[in-house]
Structures are given as structure tokens and as C-alpha cells.
Design a protein around this ligand. Structure first.
Ligand SMILES: [Zn+2]
Length: 150
């Protein structure tokens, strides 16, 4: 559940209510002949534009299994918008992805603090490196229908 009521600065950690955020002055910048409008925190952090600047963890793992090679990407980022609840905000998330012919996996884990995000990311990487996961067979069916008699 995405809560649009609170916005979090990715540099100083200040939390703005939606009303406070709307009151921030629009800053205009021309970059590559494009006019860019953004709001910035009192610490200088530019919302949206700086979202990956102060916190981003990324690992790409290649793991050999008896069924083939898994290429797994683990990306942990700061979310400016609260993806938790008002009581328990989630400002960070890890996205785990693996798309192979024989296995598809996509999972999101969210955290409240940067420290939890760092720790979560590290543990996920460790689990994959230690082969602390299972590859389970999945049964699929194909549909066949005789349409030659129509
Ligand atoms: Zn700030």
C-alpha cells in the first residue's frame, strides 16, 4: 500500500507531509535544453532527481545450479514516498529479479531505515551466495482442443 501522505528526503531524512511538500518552492533548471522543475529539501536534496544519489546498493550474481545458470540482480534503493503505513513507514526497498528460461523470480522487500535496508540487502546477497534457496519444479499444462471438425 503506497501512502502519498509523507515524503522522505534521501539525504537528511527529513519527512514532509504532503501539505508541507507542496509549499516547497519549485526550482527550475534547464538541462540539455529541457526545462526541469523540481522541489528541493532545505538540505539541498532534489526530490526525484537525487533519489539514487545518496543511497543505492546493487549486486549482480551468477550462480551455477544443476538446472542452469541463474543471473540474479539485487537492487536496494531509497523510496521518497512512504510505501508502508503512517505508523510503520517504509522508505527503502530491495528488488530481487531473476529471469531465466527455466525459472522466473521477482520479489520486493521493504524497510523503514537505511540501516535495515543495508542489512537486508547484505543478507539476501549472502543467502544466494551460500546457496540458501531452493529450486522447486513447477508443473505447467498445455491446452489442446480439436478444431478440425468445425
Ligand atoms: Zn534533506
Amino acid at each position: 500500500m503506497c501512502q502519498l501522505n509523507y515524503i522522505h528526503c534521501g539525504k537528511c531524512g527529513k519527512v514532509y507531509s504532503r501539505e508541507e511538500f507542496q509549499k516547497l518552492n519549485d526550482q527550475v533548471e534547464v538541462r540539455d535544453k529541457q526545462r526541469i522543475v523540481y522541489k528541493s529539501c532545505s538540505c539541498g536534496y532534489r526530490f526525484w532527481d537525487d533519489r539514487f544519489k545518496y543511497f543505492r546498493l546493487f549486486d549482480k550474481l551468477t550462480i551455477k545450479t544443476p538446472f542452469g545458470i541463474l543471473n540474479i540482480e539485487i537492487s536496494t534503493v531509497h523510496l521518497e514516498i512512504n510505501h508502508g503505513t503512517d505508523e510503520k513507514p517504509k522508505w527503502y526497498e530491495t528488488l530481487i529479479t531473476c529471469f531465466e528460461k527455466f525459472v522466473e523470480y521477482e520479489k520486493i522487500v521493504r524497510y523503514e531505515t537505511e540501516l535495515q535496508a543495508q542489512e537486508g540487502h547484505r543478507k539476501i546477497v549472502e543467502k544466494f551466495k551460500n546457496f540458501d534457496f531452493q529450486l522447486k519444479p513447477q508443473i505447467t499444462y498445455t491446452l489442446e482442443i480439436d478444431l478440425t471438425d468445425l
